[in-house]
Design a protein around this ligand. Structure first.
Ligand SMILES: [Zn+2]
Length: 398
């Protein structure tokens, strides 16, 4: 039993003082006796939900494990993550998925929802067992690769629609190289043509070009159930910052300042409704290579809230309510999870952030096995101090 004392919560877009009480796994109105947690001047929020995380296990445990990845999530105040299916074995059948589910049950510090693959081994040739997998997962993705066979994609969309699930698409058209904006937006355009026919619920991962947002906006105007996410790196970095540093290499790549500004605008205008990390840890061996040979991907769980808070909320570009919408309400809604709040009766998935103090983000503090962050050395506000999952303190208070 805990009393989170002296903190602020967000109410009607303002900060108000409120103590929060936790009994067992629930938030309650009041407790006579409880262990006090000093939350003086911390922002207390429902736990963050990240739709885009690569946990690497099973398969590539030198890069990350479910244990270390979810520990990194806990350190970032992220209490619910959706784990991408580029794993070995791939969760493209119930047997493959079971391997991942068993490790989650044993090792995870936070809530983990696995994605299942759309196609077998994400090869884009043959569909996964979508109907059977839909009983176990909320969403399907072949993240990391784009599906360019639109007949196959149509079949996938029809099956996913039938099962009332959602597709989260890594849109990439292989007629173009990744640094060509068309590699993204031509895929978005073509995929949306199929969505118009099937009416499936469709979510685009990590959109990064000006044109992509125009197509998504058109689809939304037509009344299609289409959403998209943007990442902190596409919001806060651009191609001019790369300087051959492999920690600035990812797919989709960093783009022009024009695209960066379009990404921010798409978020502020509500075309993109979610910020997700695309947390993609790598070993030093895979990353510390000449830029051209280094693998794609950067970590993000531990800096998600500090980056968004420092760059968008503290600057006044957006209000406190948007912090909750982008990071909690909208991702949960897209996946069909319950709406959560800090009111009594809710599950105690809670994170407390130090929004009034800044500090430098350092490599030594990184909990993820991957140290590949372009944000090392940045001074940021809003680092997490305490995280609770299901009423248990999973980060802080050491
Ligand atoms: Zn992707």
């Amino acid at each position: 039993m805990y009393k989170l004392k002296g903190g602020f919560i967000i109410h009607n877009n303002k900060l108000i003082k409120k103590d929060i009480y936790i009994k067992d796994n629930l938030i309650v109105d009041h407790l006579e006796e409880a262990q006090e947690i000093d939350c003086t001047n911390l922002l207390i929020m429902p736990g963050i939900c990240d739709l885009h995380v690569h946990l690497r296990e099973p398969g590539q445990t030198a890069k990350e494990t479910i244990l270390t990845g979810t520990k990194a999530a806990a350190k970032g105040g992220v209490t619910t993550i959706f784990a991408m299916p580029n794993l070995i074995p791939y969760p493209d059948s119930l047997a493959g998925l079971k391997v991942e589910e068993d490790i989650i049950a044993k090792d995870a510090f936070v809530n983990v929802y696995p994605y299942a693959c759309i196609t077998k081994s994400e090869k884009g040739q043959e569909l996964s067992d979508i109907t059977a997998l839909a009983k176990k997962v909320l969403a399907f993705s072949d993240d990391g690769v784009g599906i360019n066979d639109y007949n196959l994609l149509k079949k996938a969309q029809q099956l996913v629609k039938q099962e009332k699930r959602i597709i989260c698409s890594h849109a990439e058209d292989y007629h173009y190289i990744p640094t060509d904006n068309r590699s993204e937006y031509m895929a978005v355009k073509k995929e949306l043509e199929v969505v118009k026919e099937t009416k499936v619920r469709y979510h685009f991962c990590h959109l990064s070009t000006k044109e992509s947002f125009i197509y998504v906006k058109e689809a939304q105007k037509l009344g299609l159930d289409v959403s998209c996410e943007v990442t902190p790196h596409h919001l806060f970095l651009n191609e001019n910052m790369i300087n051959d540093n492999p920690n600035f290499k990812m797919n989709p790549p960093l783009r022009s300042i024009d695209d960066q500004q379009a990404t921010i605008k798409a978020l502020l205008d509500g075309i993109a409704s979610v910020i997700a990390t695309d947390h993609a840890p790598h070993t030093k061996e895979d990353k510390n290579k000449p830029y051209a040979k280094a693998l794609n991907g950067i970590i993000g769980l531990e800096t998600l809230v500090p980056l968004v808070y420092t760059n968008l909320i503290k600057t006044g570009l957006a209000g406190y309510d948007m912090l909750i919408d982008w990071l909690v309400n909208n991702p949960r809604k897209i996946m069909g999870l319950d709406k959560v709040s800090l009111d009594s009766g809710n599950i105690a998935d809670i994170a407390c952030f130090d929004i009034f103090n800044s500090r430098i983000y350092k490599e030594e503090e990184i909990v993820s096995k991957g140290k590949n962050s372009p944000f090392i050395g940045q001074e940021l506000y809003g680092f997490c101090k305490y995280t609770f999952v299901n009423g248990k303190l999973v980060y802080g208070g050491e």
